[in-house]
Design a protein around this ligand. Structure first.
Ligand SMILES: Nc1ncnc2c1ncn2[C@@H]1O[C@H](COP(=O)(O)OP(=O)(O)OP(=O)(O)O)[C@@H](O)[C@H]1O
Ligand SMILES: [Mg+2]
Length: 296
């Protein structure tokens, strides 16, 4: 335990001396949050992860691509000024649809309602991609919150992201559905890092049991390696945070679930410290364009 605390302290101090604020140009790392089953905690994780990375000094934006069913704003407790459709239909500039979220994170909402879904035609997707390209130069991390499962739009976003975080619970159905997502990504040639977050677990032991099952199946049947990102326990702090529309990291900062969230963000930031290439070309948008337009 002492060792763990010491390791974390070292990570914090090395991150402080490497703060991204010192760097001249940005090229955001894009991370997609996905799952097989719905309702496993993706949006809660996305919002609290974003706030935790922000507290470490990074510029973070959440892009809610659960078009038509977007709810990052609800979990964050903010009123959305504009949604992505204002950009695509009304011609608003990307800056106008960036909403201020809690503790300095930025949020772009995919909007609610059928209209938001129906406007995602080829022309608008292209416009949307050009807008995201602009964001890549002003952020450190862009976190994409997707809807559940692997519909073609979700798959394209995850495939184009440099890292994917698959959120799973210990339920056998959730583990099975997570495996299906990993299989779909692998069979489509996904090259990024595949992280697993075990959510709504009883304890650490159950988290490892959940991860080990998924890892064993992925290794033997798909020959693919996974990375254990961490776990969040089943917690009333999360349930009441959702009801009060305040991210749990802010409403219960001292709870065990918040401490685990901070450790996850710290380890994630540390593992990305050397991965930055601030001059690299926009990977995400290029890849997404190819994925979207090669099929049409
Ligand atoms: N660690 C946790 N402990 C207890 N409850 C949790 C935890 N994480 C999530 N939940 C519960 O799960 C519910 C669904 O969470 P969330 O909306 O984040 O899931 P989701 O995967 O984004 O769902 P969807 O697939 O519909 O987008 C929350 O309202 C909360 O009640
Ligand atoms: Mg969600």
């Amino acid at each position: 335990m002492k060792d763990q605390a010491e390791k974390l302290r070292k990570m914090i101090s090395s991150l402080e001396t490497n703060t991204v604020e010192n760097k001249k140009a940005y090229r955001a790392k894009v991370i997609a949050i996905t799952s097989g089953k719905g309702g496993v905690g993706k949006t809660n994780f996305a919002v609290n992860f974003a706030i935790s990375l922000r507290s470490l000094g990074y510029k973070v934006l959440i892009l809610d691509v659960d078009f038509g069913l977007a709810n990052v704003d609800i979990i964050s407790g903010i009123n959305i000024r504009n949604t992505i459709s204002d950009c695509l239909v009304a011609g608003a500039d990307i800056e106008e649809v960036i909403n201020e979220g809690p503790n300095g994170i930025k949020i772009i909402s995919g909007g609610s309602g059928l209209h938001e879904l129906s406007i995602m035609n080829q022309t608008n997707i292209m416009k949307f991609l050009n807008l995201i390209e602009k964001l890549e130069t002003t952020m450190d991390f862009i976190i994409i919150d997707t809807g559940a499962g692997v519909s073609s739009t979700v798959l394209e976003f995850v495939m184009a992201a440099e890292e994917a975080i698959v959120v799973t619970t210990p339920d056998p159905t959730s583990i099975m559905d997570s495996y299906t997502v990993i299989k779909t990504l692998t069979l489509n040639g996904y090259k990024g890092r595949l992280n697993v977050l075990a959510n709504i677990v009883d304890n650490r032991k159950e988290a490892y049991y959940t991860y080990n099952k998924l890892e064993a199946a992925s290794k033997s049947f798909l020959k693919c390696n996974l990375n254990f990102l961490g776990y969040l326990e089943k917690s009333d702090a999360v349930v009441s945070a959702v009801r009060s529309q305040t991210p749990f990291i802010l409403s219960s900062p001292r709870s065990s679930v918040s401490k685990n969230m901070k450790i996850i963000a710290l380890k994630f930031a540390d593992s990305n410290r050397y991965a930055y290439n601030y001059n690299k070309k926009s990977n995400f948008v290029d890849k997404l364009k190819k994925l979207v337009f090669s099929k049409r």
